[in-house]
Each structure stands twice: as C-alpha cells, then as structure tokens.
Design a protein around this ligand. Structure first.
Ligand code: MD6
Ligand code: FE
Length: 202
C-alpha cells in the first residue's frame, strides 16, 4: 500500500520570505533576552536533550527529570515567558480556522548533531487543535508516520521559511527530526535550526 501523508498534514514550503525569516530570528533573539534557552532533561532518565528550548506565550512547554508540563514560568529564571509575537498569531490566523489563538509557542534550537526522536505531541488538553510549525535556519530531515509507533514513515527535508500544519489525524501522528544539515543556511548567526511550534494548550 502506498504510504500516504496523514490526513490533515499540510506542508507550505517557502511560506516566509527571507526578510520575514530575519524578522522572526530577531523576535526570537529579543525573547531569549528575558527567557534564555535552557537545556531540557528527559523525564525519568534525566538525560539532557540535544535540542535546547525556550517559549513564548502564557504557557511554556517544559521538560525536566520530573516530567513534561506546561508552565507559565521559565524553569530557570521563574519569570513569565514573553508574549507570542503578532507575526506568529497572524500566521496562525492565516493557516488555521481554529477559534482560539495559541497559548504557547515552543522554541527549539537544534545545533549540529541535534535530533528529536519520533514522538506524538500529547501534553495538551486541547488535543484536536492544530499545531503550526515554522522552520528557520539549517535544513532538517523531518519524518512523519502514523498513529502507531511502528507505522511506516515518510521523510522530507524542511528548509528555512517552511511551515507545517498538523491538524485532524496528522495532529496525533508520530513525527521527529532525524538530522540537521549543518551550514545549509546563513539565517542564524550562530548556526543551526530554530523550530517554532504554536499550540493551543487548553
Ligand atoms: C521540528 N517539530 O520540526 C519538530 N510537533 O523541529 C515537532 O515536533 C512538531 O513540527 C508537532 C507539530 C509539528 C511539528
Ligand atoms: Fe512534535
């Protein structure tokens, strides 16, 4: 059987222009002045993840040895996260018809060698709201499968400025990032890839 993309998966290559991408990087840079990137830990094992994280929004997704959670405060500074920039709320309005705005924007920074194992995003109470994801910087090999871990997967390269929307069935499918193609973009001065994911939490 042909391995199709899950229903509700939308890939919008080149959604953001180079200038818009630069503006988004600038907004991330401003955000991390008050909410610096921190190194998450895997629940239970306490192993550090290769991806470092921060958030925008009233709730931030946090991973520590004690578990995952949405938290209004940064785990290191205990300060509120900066507001989600209007540019990202505009993106949400453009690509979804969900009646609520996202409450959270996770900021993932992948450096050379970083990866993100196959997972389902399941920490949200609003399980049926779409998730919108923005890629900035180096290209990534992205993989999406099905509702079960062993379902067949499809891989493709995400480039800077690309947007993904995971709605309906795709919202509940396994996905991950297998590798970063180091040095494939000049967008981020220190290199690597930044991924922004917008979510409704509850
Ligand atoms: C990434 N993205 O692209 C990781 N999750 O770096 C995700 O884990 C993700 O792209 C939920 C919905 C869309 C995504
Ligand atoms: Fe995810």
């Amino acid at each position: 059987m042909k391995n199709q993309l899950p229903q509700g998966f939308r890939y919008l290559p080149g959604y953001f222009s180079r200038q818009q991408q630069e503006e988004l990087v600038e907004l991330v840079r401003a955000g991390i002045k008050t909410a610096p990137f921190y190194q998450p830990r895997m629940p239970k094992t306490g192993q550090p993840t290769s991806v470092i994280m921060s958030n925008f929004g009233e709730l931030g997704w946090v991973s520590e040895k004690s578990g995952y959670r949405y938290d209004p405060l940064h785990p290191k500074t205990a300060e509120h996260w900066p507001k989600i920039p209007q540019e990202l709320l505009d993106l949400w309005g453009d690509v979804t018809s969900w009646p609520q705005n996202p409450q959270s924007c996770l900021i993932n920074w992948y450096r050379e060698g970083s990866r993100l194992g196959l997972h389902i995003d399941a920490s949200e109470q609003a399980k049926d709201a779409p998730i919108v994801s923005v890629s900035l910087g180096d290209q990534a090999l992205y993989r999406i499968g099905g509702l079960h871990r062993n379902d067949p997967t499809r891989s493709f390269k995400l480039s800077s400025g690309d947007v993904l929307v995971l709605a309906d069935t795709a919202r509940h499918c396994y996905h991950g990032v297998d590798r970063i193609y180091d040095g494939t973009s000049t967008l981020i001065p220190k290199g690597g890839r930044i991924n922004l994911t917008l979510r409704v939490v509850r």
